[in-house]
Design a protein around this ligand. Structure first.
Ligand code: BES
Ligand code: ZN
Ligand code: ZN
Length: 483
C-alpha cells in the first residue's frame, strides 16, 4: 500500500472513500454541513452514535469528490488520544477494504499524523499470504492523509509513523510464517536482507563459531534439531559521534518452533509455537525502523535463533550445560528453552559493549496467567531504565506493566548439581524465568519483557487482524529515538 500526506480540503479528495471522525454527543461538524440531514438521520435511528469503531457509509455524497463518505465513531472527544486515533483508522481500513474500497482519504483536522498512518498500515495487514484465492482483492492500495496544511512537524510525524508501522508489519510477516518456512537459517537470511536494504551491518554466528566461543547453553537447546542454530547480530551506528558512551542492546528470543523438546508440549495448540520467535522478530523490526529514524545512540540487536525439537540428539532433562558466562545450568525442563538461549546472547551483548540491555521473549505461560493478553510484563534490575522503557511504551500505546523481582524469588532457581536450575517450580513462573535472565545481566542495566500474552492475537480486533501483533517494535524504536 502507498501512503501520502496531502494538504487538501476534505470535500475535494477524489478517492473510493473519504473518511472523517465524528464524536458522540457533538453537533454536526462543519465539514459535514452539506450532508447534515443524513448524519442527523443515522444518529436519530441510532444506526450511528459515534461510539469507537462505529462506521457508516454514504454513497455518492453530494458536494464531495469521493465516491463514498465515511463517518467513523471517535467516542468522546476527551478520550480520543493517539491510541484511539490509530484504532479508529485501523478499524475503518479493515472494514472498508472488505467492502472493496481501494483508495481511502482520511481527514485529519487535528491529532497525531503518525498514529493515523500507523493505523492504516497496520490495519491493512492480513496473515493470509499463503491462501491461494482472492487475497489481493481485499487490500487497500492507497491511503491519503488529508491535512489543512502540511507543516514540517506534520510531515516528520507522518514519515515516522510510516516507518514504524512498516517495520511492525515486517515483524508480523516474520512471525506469521510457519516454522517450515521460518527456520533459524531463513530468519538469518531475512535479517541480512533487511539490514542490507536498510543500510545496517549484519553478522551471523554459526554453530562452529558459537562452539568456539563456548555458548553451551544455546547450543544445548539447538542440538535436538536438524536445523542449525544462528546468532543474528544487526548493528546500527549513528553517523555523528554520540554524545554519550551509552550503547543499547536489544535481545530477542528466536525459537522458530517450540515443541518443548523431550519435556514435550501437549499436541493441542502446539501449532501456535511458530510465534516463539516473536521477540527476535520484534528486535529486527525495531532495527528496520531505527535505520530510517536514525537515533543518536548506537543500537545492536541480537537474536539467538534455534528450533526446540525432540529427537535422538536432543538434550535430556538433567543435562548440565556450561553457558558462555561460565555458569553451569541443570536443564530440569527442556521446555524452558527461551531463557537458555537468551542468556548466552545477553552475555555476548555485554562483550560487544552494550551498556543497556532490553530483551523481549515469548517466555512463559505464567505471564499470560498474570496479565492476560493486555499487558506486556516488564522486569528489571534498574528502575531508571524501566521508567524510560515504560514511557516509550506508553507513548506508543503498547501496554506494559512492571512486575516484581524481589530477592526471595531467586532461591527458586537453586540446583543441587549445578549453579542454577532452569526452572523455578509451579508458582511465580514468569518471575523465576526473569530471575534466571537477571543472573546473566549482571550489573548492566537490563529490562526483560515477557510478551507471551501480547505477541499473538487469538482473535481479530476491529483494527487488527488475527495473528502476530508485532508488539514492541514501536516501543523499542521510540526508546532509541528519545534516548
Ligand atoms: N514458548 C514457551 C512459552 C509460551 C507458551 C509462550 C505458550 C506463548 C504461549 C516457553 O518456552 C515455555 O514453554 N515455557 C514454559 C516454562 C516452564 C516449563 C517452566 C511454560 O511457561 O510453561
Ligand atoms: Zn518452551
Ligand atoms: Zn519457548
Amino acid at each position: 500500500m502507498e501512503s501520502f500526506l496531502i494538504s487538501q480540503s476534505f470535500d475535494k479528495a477524489a478517492a473510493d472513500a473519504v473518511a472523517i471522525v465524528v464524536f458522540s454527543e457533538e453537533p454536526v461538524p462543519p465539514e459535514l454541513a452539506s450532508v447534515s440531514a443524513w448524519l442527523d438521520e443515522i444518529r436519530v435511528s441510532e444506526e450511528f452514535t459515534g461510539k469507537p469503531s462505529e462506521l457508516s457509509v454514504l454513497h455518492q455524497p453530494s458536494g464531495f469528490a469521493a465516491k463514498r463518505l465515511v463517518v467513523v465513531g471517535g467516542g468522546k472527544r476527551s478520550s480520543f488520544d493517539t491510541s484511539a486515533l490509530r484504532k479508529a483508522v485501523g478499524a475503518a481500513v479493515r472494514s472498508l477494504k472488505q467492502k472493496g474500497v481501494k483508495t481511502l482519504a482520511w481527514w485529519l483536522a487535528g491529532g497525531d499524523a503518525a498514529a493515523a498512518v500507523e493505523g492504516a498500515i497496520l490495519g491493512n495487514f492480513e496473515p493470509d499470504r499463503l491462501k491461494t484465492s482472492s487475497k489481493e482483492s481485499k487490500a487497500l492500495e492507497s491511503f491519503s492523509l488529508l491535512v489543512p496544511a502540511t507543516t514540517a512537524e506534520i510531515q516528520a510525524a507522518f514519515e515516522r509513523g510510516k516507518a514504524l508501522a512498516e517495520a511492525q508489519n515486517f515483524t508480523r510477516t516474520l512471525v506469521n510464517e510457519p516454522a517450515n518456512l521460518m527456520t533459524p537459517t531463513i530468519l538469518a537470511d531475512r535479517a541480512r536482507a533487511m539490514a542490507s536494504e536498510a543500510g545496517l551491518e549484519c553478522e551471523v554466528l554459526d554453530q562452529d563459531r558459537m562452539r568456539q566461543l563456548g555458548m553451551g547453553s544455546l547450543l544445548g537447546v539447538a542440538q535436538g534439531s536438524a536445523e542449525p542454530p544462528a546468532l543474528i547480530i544487526v548493528r546500527y551506528k549513528p553517523s555523528t559521534p554520540p554524545a554519550t558512551a551509552d550503547h543499547l542492546g536489544l535481545v530477542g528470543k528466536g525459537v522458530t518452533f517450540d515443541t518443548g523438546g523431550v519435556s514435550i508440549k501437549p499436541a493441542e495448540g502446539m501449532e501456535k509455537m511458530k510465534y516463539d520467535m516473536a521477540g527476535g522478530a520484534a528486535v529486527l523490526g525495531a532495527m528496520q525502523a531505527i535505520a530510517q529514524l536514525k537515533p543518536a545512540i548506537p543500537v545492536t540487536a541480537l537474536v539467538p535463533a534455534v528450533e526446540n525439537m525432540v529427537g535422538a540428539r536432543a538434550q535430556r532433562p538433567g543435562d548440565i550445560v556450561t553457558s558462555l558466562s561460565g555458569k553451569t545450568i541443570e536443564v530440569l525442563n527442556t521446555d524452558a528453552e527461551g531463557r537458555l538461549i537468551l542468556i548466552d546472547a545477553l552475555t555476548y551483548a555485554q562483550r560487544l559493549g552494550c551498556t543497556h540491555l532490553i530483551d523481549a521473549a515469548t517466555l512463559t505461560v505464567a505471564i499470560v496467567v498474570a496479565l492476560g493478553h493486555v499487558n506486556i510484563g516488564a522486569f528489571t534490575n534498574n528502575d531508571a531504565l524501566l521508567n524510560r522503557l515504560l514511557a516509550a511504551a506508553k507513548a506508543e500505546g503498547e501496554k506494559t506493566w512492571p512486575m516484581p523481582l524481589d530477592d526471595e524469588y531467586k532461591d527458586l532457581l537453586k540446583s543441587a548439581f549445578a549453579d542454577l536450575g532452569n526452572i523455578g517450580g509451579r508458582w511465580g513462573g514468569a518471575i523465576s524465568a526473569a530471575w534466571f535472565l537477571r543472573e546473566f545481566a549482571g550489573d548492566t542495566p537490563w529490562v526483560h519483557l515477557d510478551i507471551a500474552g501480547t505477541a499473538w492475537l487469538d482473535d481479530a480486533k476491529p483494527h487488527l487482524a488475527k495473528g502476530p501483533s508485532g508488539v514492541c517494535v514501536r516501543t523499542f524504536a521510540n526508546l532509541a529515538m528519545n534516548w
